[in-house]
Ligand binder design. Structure first.
Ligand code: EZ4
Ligand code: CO
Length: 423
């Protein structure tokens, strides 16, 4: 669509005055693969300020790139970049087809880029626009994993030695081919590993018998101090999840994550009735509607929605405020498929949000870090967003261009009898 055509349909507002400094002059999608795929949106104003947002949807990257290029960028050109809320509502209501991971990640990219841009224009770190610092640093948890219990214990030990205050432990399970969360070789754990989905096998019984022993061994070795987390990754039924939660109670987990799929939010009531192990859920949620019943019925303790997953800071803030009413705290998703841009935005959000719980943090590779220069730093188990204006993360477009897109999909899982299961 030409700009003239866009202008013909425009609302008669000052946002579209051609010489307005905050008028959006250009927006473009940058797809790059410095070790893994990322989709980034860069928005520029007439004044020459730019903001950057992440639109990466692991394994489905080009769907979001197309959504942005075909449906979002044409309606962004000419708008007033300061009107973050109005643009959010325009993209959400205006799509008619609400929600969904592709739409909400595209909206997130716009929203985060606009918050970045506005904060830069004001010369302020983003956390100051949200309400200022609520804490000195953001507690993160790292991902420790190993092929078996001994390796996993060593991996947890390395994280604790590095200063982490919280560690997620995942281990290979005897009898389970390629358990979730376990790296292969020295690579950083990166599940989207092939152009067609890798087939993994899942054995619930083997896992249920193994997981409590892993955490018993962790407590024997490391004592009661470290916060320990675990991700079940949607593999159990509600009653199995209830059983596992009970069996894990002696080992005082910080949380048990995604114990069962949450399309049916009501399913968590059964788990909740049986165990006091804290529950975390929400990395695949797109909006507050996915979490509403879980939160207002106090069926969970941590909400894992991320900046990039739920349409950006504008909507994540709404979820967090709603969650605070029921003492549910944030624990945002932060795996490597969430780009440094999301990590930067998340750290500003986490620095402000009053009901902060914890932030997931998997280090990116040096190649990724070089493509996305960033202000955030790690020290003593905490991440710090830095004080640079905006969210503090940019993209080196010349370097990004050296890493072309490579198709990669997430694995699938089958039960031992061949039945398709949840990966
Ligand atoms: O499997 O982000 O808690 N973290 C996770 C992640 C997800 C990936 C999927 O793209 O569950 O490792
Ligand atoms: Co998870």
């Amino acid at each position: 669509m030409s700009q003239a055509a866009a202008g013909a349909n425009a609302q008669p507002d000052t946002a579209r005055e051609p010489d307005a400094p905050f008028r959006i002059r250009a927006a473009r999608v940058i797809v790059t693969s410095p070790g893994r795929n990322f989709v980034t949106l860069k928005i520029e104003t007439e004044q020459g300020i730019h903001g950057v947002g992440d639109a990466t949807l692991n394994g489905r990257e080009l769907a979001v790139a197309a959504y942005l290029n075909d449906h979002v960028i044409p309606v962004l050109i000419g708008r007033d970049a300061r009107r973050i809320e109005d643009i959010w509502q325009y993209l959400y209501r205006g799509a008619y087809w609400r929600r969904g991971p592709v739409t909400m990640r595209a909206i997130a990219a716009v929203d985060v880029a606009l918050w970045d841009l506005k904060a830069k224009a004001l010369g302020a770190p983003l956390y100051d626009l949200l309400g200022g610092k609520s804490r000195n640093g953001v507690m993160v948890y790292g991902h420790a994993n190993g092929a078996d219990t001994a390796e996993t214990l060593d991996a947890v030990g390395r994280y604790l030695d590095a200063g982490y205050k919280a560690v997620r432990a995942q281990s290979g399970v005897p009898g389970v081919k390629m358990a979730y969360g376990v790296g292969r070789g020295d690579l950083y754990y990166e599940p989207a590993d092939a152009s067609l989905p890798t087939e993994t096998l899942w054995d619930t019984r083997a896992y249920m018998n193994f997981a409590p022993k892993l955490f018993e061994a962790l407590r024997v070795r490391f004592g009661e101090g470290p916060r320990l987390l675990h991700d079940v990754h949607h593999r159990l039924t509600p009653i199995e999840a209830a059983q596992l939660g009970k069996r894990l109670e002696p080992y005082d987990l910080f949380w048990m994550e995604d114990a069962t799929p949450a399309e049916n939010q009501e399913a968590f009531r059964l788990i909740r009735q049986h165990t006091t192990t804290p529950l975390a859920v929400g990395e695949v949620f797109n909006t507050i509607w996915d979490a509403k019943d879980l939160i207002q019925n106090q069926l969970i303790d941590y909400i894992r929605t991320s900046v990039v997953g739920v349409g950006g800071i504008t909507h994540l803030r709404r979820i967090a405020d709603f969650a605070a009413l029921w003492s549910v705290r944030t624990g945002s998703h932060g795996a490597t498929d969430l780009s440094p841009v999301t990590m930067g935005a998340a750290l500003h959000f986490d620095t402000w949000v009053p009901n902060f719980g914890i932030q997931e943090y998997m280090r990116h590779t040096p190649e990724t870090d070089a493509v996305f220069p960033h202000a955030y730093t790690f020290a003593d188990g905490l991440l710090h967003p830095g004080d640079a204006p905006g969210h503090g993360v940019d993209i080196d477009e010349a370097l990004a261009a050296k890493y072309p897109y490579e198709p990669r999909q997430l694995p699938v899982a089958r039960l031992t009898d061949g039945t398709m299961w949840n990966w």
